[in-house]
Design a binder for this molecule. Structure first.
Ligand SMILES: O=C[C@H](O)[C@H](O)[C@H](O)COP(=O)(O)O
Length: 221
């Protein structure tokens, strides 16, 4: 069984007529967006806001009605993936480089549902390198400042070129191994000039849908 698929599709059961819905990014959120496309075809009435150019493309292909954050005063539910989830529902996101738009949209959402397979559930965050979006200007200096917080940071590359985000920035992947205090690290990172946003999502997720071997587990705070 495809654990990402079962989790992504299950999350679609939280979406009702009239909702404004945030569409996450990545290989798990993909299945949620696809399911929404099927439900729209069957008559579901929603307006959606994608968290990346990739997701926007998919949503258009599947004829999902779209709107802009500027056109609405809130989002009812956003469904998105994660790279790691700890027992307090703190997250690492940004493995696909979409963390900035994802965080803006999560913050504007009344409810954030995270869809993952069971491998993403961890006791402590940090084994997955934390993605940090930085300006291209003086990125080497920003990297050094970030490393002072106790990690090894690497410029993300794609086909031998620096990876460019949807917002025309770079991503630094920061290996911390163990993040003992995610809230403190989140603040410290975002105080560094040149850091646009980081992939720690603190106290944002309300519910996690976990794809397990034969079942889907819904974990609530
Ligand atoms: O930037 C990408 C997003 O934060 C993804 O939601 C996250 O990396 C999880 O992706 P996937 O479901 O493909 O593992």
């Amino acid at each position: 069984m495809n654990l990402k698929q079962v989790a992504g599709e299950k999350a679609a059961s939280y979406i009702k007529d009239g909702m404004i819905v945030g569409l996450g990014t990545g290989s798990t959120a993909y299945y949620f967006t696809k399911k929404i496309g099927e439900l729209v075809k069957e008559g579901l009435k929603v307006k959606c806001i994608p968290t990346s150019k990739d997701t926007k493309k998919l949503a258009k292909e599947w004829n999902i009605p779209l709107t802009e954050l500027a056109q609405v005063d809130h989002i009812d539910v956003t469904v998105d993936g994660a790279d790691e989830v700890d027992p307090d529902f703190n997250l690492i996101k940004g493995g696909g480089g979409a963390l900035l738009r994802e965080k803006i949209i999560a913050y504007a959402s009344k409810k954030l549902i995270i869809v993952v397979d069971k491998t993403k559930m961890v006791e402590i965050l940090g084994k997955f390198p934390l993605p940090v979006e930085v300006t291209t200007f003086a990125w080497e200096n920003t990297l050094s400042q970030i490393e002072r917080l106790g990690c090894k940071a690497t410029l993300r590359r794609s086909a031998d070129q620096p990876f460019i985000t949807d917002n025309d920035n770079y991503i630094l992947d920061c290996q911390f191994d163990k993040i003992e205090n995610p809230a403190e690290l989140n603040s410290k990172l975002n105080q560094i000039p040149g850091v646009v946003e980081n992939g720690l999502f603190i106290d944002m997720a309300d519910l996690v849908v976990v794809g397990k071997d034969t079942t889907v587990e819904i974990v609530e705070k």
